[in-house]
Ligand binder design. Structure first.
Ligand SMILES: [Zn+2]
Length: 133
């Protein structure tokens, strides 16, 4: 009789441990779901807050050189005493196609099209900024 009791206790203990493990797993899933939900919310918020731009503002050393509409494909050469940059607008996206700056960071920069996005050529003091409507 005493022996059986211990066995029952053992089964109960195992059952409790299994339940505890299951609870942990559920907690992990909840956490994962929460993280996914948060990421989705964040992604949607970013999409909603960053609007498509309408114009490109080109400035050199803080001075506006030109404003170009993003809906017109064009290629412009910006030449200053500091250097030369070729900027291109294609299908609403802006890239710096060519530059004779030493770091070429502006050329390597991904295409920009959202309001507030910038491509900066530091050696040439050139700033390309997408403006909203
Ligand atoms: Zn550059």
């Amino acid at each position: 009789m005493k022996h059986e009791d211990t066995q029952v206790d053992q089964v109960k203990k195992e059952g409790r441990e299994k339940r505890k493990g299951g609870g942990l797993l559920r907690g992990d899933l909840l956490l994962l779901a929460g993280v996914l939900l948060f990421s989705l919310f964040f992604w949607v918020a970013v999409r909603l807050l960053s609007k498509e731009g309408s114009d490109l503002l080109v400035s050199v050393d803080g001075e506006t050189r030109m404003t170009l509409p993003l809906d017109r494909n064009t290629e412009q050469v910006i030449e200053t005493e500091l250097g030369r940059n070729v900027i291109r607008i294609r299908n609403g996206s802006v890239t710096c196609e060519e530059a004779d700056c030493p770091d070429k960071l502006c050329v390597k920069h991904h295409a920009i099209h959202r309001e507030g996005e910038t491509i900066i050529c530091l050696p040439h003091k050139l700033v390309l900024e997408v403006k909203g409507r």
